[in-house]
Design a protein around this ligand. Sequence first.
Ligand SMILES: [Zn+2]
Length: 277
Amino acid sequence: MSASPLAPRLAGIIACPACRGDVREDGESLQCTQCEQTFEMQNGVPVFLTGGAEVATEHSSNAIGPHFEEMLKEGKDFILHIGAGGSPQRFPNCVEFEHKIFRHTDVVGDAHQLPFREGVFDCVFALNVFEHLKDPKVAANEIFRVLKPGGSVAIHTAFLQSLHEEPHHYYNATEFGVREWFSSFRIDAVNVTGNFGPGVMLAFLMSNVLAAAQAGGATWPEQLRLSDTTIGEWAEFWAGRGEQPPGFQTLQSLPLEDQKRIAAGFEMIARKPAATA
Ligand SMILES: [Zn+2]
């Protein structure tokens, strides 16, 4: 049996996510030479998460778009693809990083503690990942660390999107929030790509508004009245020139959990824990 579990292209770039020490192969697992933490291989994939990784080899992800696909095909850059999911094709110049084991996943770990050495990648992709991270700024700084000087990063992240993949949907960022996360970088552009255009926003949000009305117990006639309203009616109402559109009260009185999927914001009440004896 081979005593070399790690794919050759990973050998020179992996580092301990806890202390960033070198990692050596130890039989069928990996061990940090510095803090001695061990990491298991699962389905031939190094897993830098405690408790192992879920296997999701059947799952297929959405296309990443022609621009990023072209970069992968060109093979010029050594790319770290964070959140690659179930990619359609494996590329030799791309390391697919995930929190589960998908079809072509190379490394499983946490984007807040990348298990890679400093300055090894030409480029990092993280598409539809950042809204799902508990601390986006920490992850952005990790990307900064593993990039070569002059290396580039491309992210796609949510702004006016309703709740998805809950509970692991933490942030919807404005452009200025995204710029703040990546303030260590020189930002070349913040674009709106076709997958995030205002038309897509309306389609996504309206679909979720109707779904919430249905899930929240609105009657079929109430759902129909809501569905038949126009964007103009809502805009006129907001501007103070029109009546409440049909369905307004239906939405305003949905059960809390259904409102939370499509609300404009949240009120939070919290308390400092009482002192313990
Ligand atoms: Zn270590």
